[in-house]
Design a protein around this ligand. Structure first.
Ligand SMILES: Cc1cc2nc3c(=O)[nH]c(=O)nc-3n(C[C@H](O)[C@H](O)[C@H](O)COP(=O)(O)OP(=O)(O)OC[C@H]3O[C@@H](n4cnc5c(N)ncnc54)[C@H](O)[C@@H]3O)c2cc1C
Ligand code: FES
Length: 279
C-alpha cells in the first residue's frame, strides 16, 4: 500500500500529494508517470511524477479534480493509502544538449513540466519559465519554479495576475531578445498546438507532452494511439513526450473530443462503479 505522506491544496481544483512509493522513487526519471488506483474499486488513472525523493522513498503527484477518479482520490487524506501506484511508466524525457531552455506550463501542465526543468537546471542549463492560467488562482507551483528559473513570466487570460494574455503572447515577447535552443510546452492540447505553430516559425525545437486517454499504460490496448511524424505511436510507451513539430495535433484533438462527446457514457460508467461499491 502507498501511504499519503502530505497533502496540500494548490487551488480550488488542484491538489498536491506526496506518496510513499519506494520502488517508483528509486527508479523514476523526469518525464515518467504512474498509474494510480485510489482504492479497490477505483479506475486506473495516469498521473505524471511531478517530483521524487529517493532518500525519503516518496513521489509527488499533482492532480486536477475532473471526474470520478480524481475526485475519489481527493477523499484520501494524510495517513490513508492508495491501492496501487504502478510505475514508473513511459520514457524519461530526453534532456540532452540544451543550453538555454524555455519551459511553458499551462494550468496543471505546470506539474509535469516541473521535474523536467528542475533536472535541466541541476545540470547547469539556463531555464526560463512561462506559467499560464485562465485566472490568478489557476497558476500553480510558482514558488517552486522560482527556486531555479532564471526568468519567470506569469500570464493570465484575464490579467488578474502577471501579464494579461496567453502563454503564446509571452513566448513571442521573450523570443524577441532571448536565443532559446529548446522549448518544452506542457498543457492543454490547444495550448501546445498554438505554441508549436509559433516555435516552428521561429525554428526552436519544441517538446510537448501528450496525455491521451490511457487504459493499460503498457502498450497493449492501443487506447493512447497518436500519430507522430506520420507514424503510429503509443503515448504510454513511446512517450508521453514527443517532438511537437511532428505531432498530428488535429488527430489528437479529434480523438479527445470523441471521448468528451461520450460524457454521458462516462457518467453511466461511473454510476455503475459506484453501484458496484455499494453492493
Ligand atoms: C501520461 C499522462 C499523465 C497525466 N498526468 C496528469 C497529472 O500529472 N495531473 C493531472 O491532473 N492529470 C494528468 N493526466 C490526466 C489524468 O489522467 C486525467 O485527468 C484523469 O484520468 C481523469 O480521470 P477522472 O476519472 O477524474 O475524470 P473522467 O471522468 O475520466 O474525465 C473527466 C473529464 O476529463 C477528460 N479527460 C479524462 N482523461 C483525460 C486525459 N488523459 N486528458 C485530457 N482529458 C481527459 C474527460 O474526457 C472528461 O471530459 C495525465 C494523463 C496522462 C495520459
Ligand atoms: S494505454 Fe494502452 S497502449 Fe497505451
Amino acid at each position: 500500500m502507498y501511504k499519503i505522506m502530505t497533502k496540500r491544496r494548490l487551488n480550488s481544483v488542484v491538489v498536491l500529494i506526496e506518496v510513499e512509493a519506494p520502488f517508483v522513487a528509486r527508479k523514476c526519471e523526469a518525464g515518467q508517470f504512474v498509474v494510480v488506483r485510489a482504492d479497490q474499486n477505483g479506475e486506473r488513472i495516469p498521473l505524471t511524477i511531478a517530483d521524487y525523493n529517493r532518500t525519503e522513498n516518496k513521489i509527488t503527484l499533482v492532480y486536477q479534480e475532473l471526474g470520478y477518479s480524481t475526485k475519489r482520490l481527493s477523499t484520501k487524506n494524510v495517513g490513508d493509502s492508495l491501492q496501487d501506484v504502478a510505475g514508473p511508466l513511459g520514457l524519461p524525457a530526453e534532456l540532452e544538449n540544451c543550453h538555454k531552455v524555455l519551459g511553458i506550463g499551462g494550468g496543471v501542465g505546470a506539474a509535469p513540466l516541473y521535474p523536467q526543468l528542475k533536472k535541466l537546471a541541476e545540470k547547469g542549463t539556463e531555464v526560463d519559465v512561462i506559467l499560464g492560467g485562465r485566472t490568478a488562482e489557476l497558476v500553480i507551483l510558482e514558488n517552486e519554479f522560482r527556486t531555479f528559473s532564471h526568468d519567470l513570466t506569469v500570464v493570465t487570460d484575464d490579467g488578474s495576475y502577471g501579464m494579461k494574455g496567453t502563454v503564446v503572447d509571452a513566448l513571442l515577447r521573450l523570443t524577441q531578445t532571448k536565443p532559446y535552443d529548446q522549448v518544452i510546452a506542457i498543457g492543454p492540447l490547444p495550448m501546445m498546438r498554438a505554441v508549436v505553430l509559433q516555435t516552428q516559425k521561429l525554428n526552436i525545437p519544441t517538446m510537448v507532452s501528450l496525455n491521451p486517454i490511457m487504459i493499460d499504460g503498457t502498450g497493449m490496448c492501443g487506447g493512447c494511439r497518436v500519430t507522430v511524424g506520420g507514424k503510429t505511436k503509443f503515448a504510454c510507451v513511446d512517450g508521453p513526450d514527443f517532438d511537437g513539430f511532428k505531432v498530428d495535433f488535429d488527430e489528437c484533438l479529434r480523438r479527445q473530443a470523441m471521448y468528451k462527446k461520450d460524457e454521458r457514457q462516462y457518467e453511466d460508467h461511473h454510476r455503475c462503479l459506484i453501484g458496484l461499491e455499494e453492493k
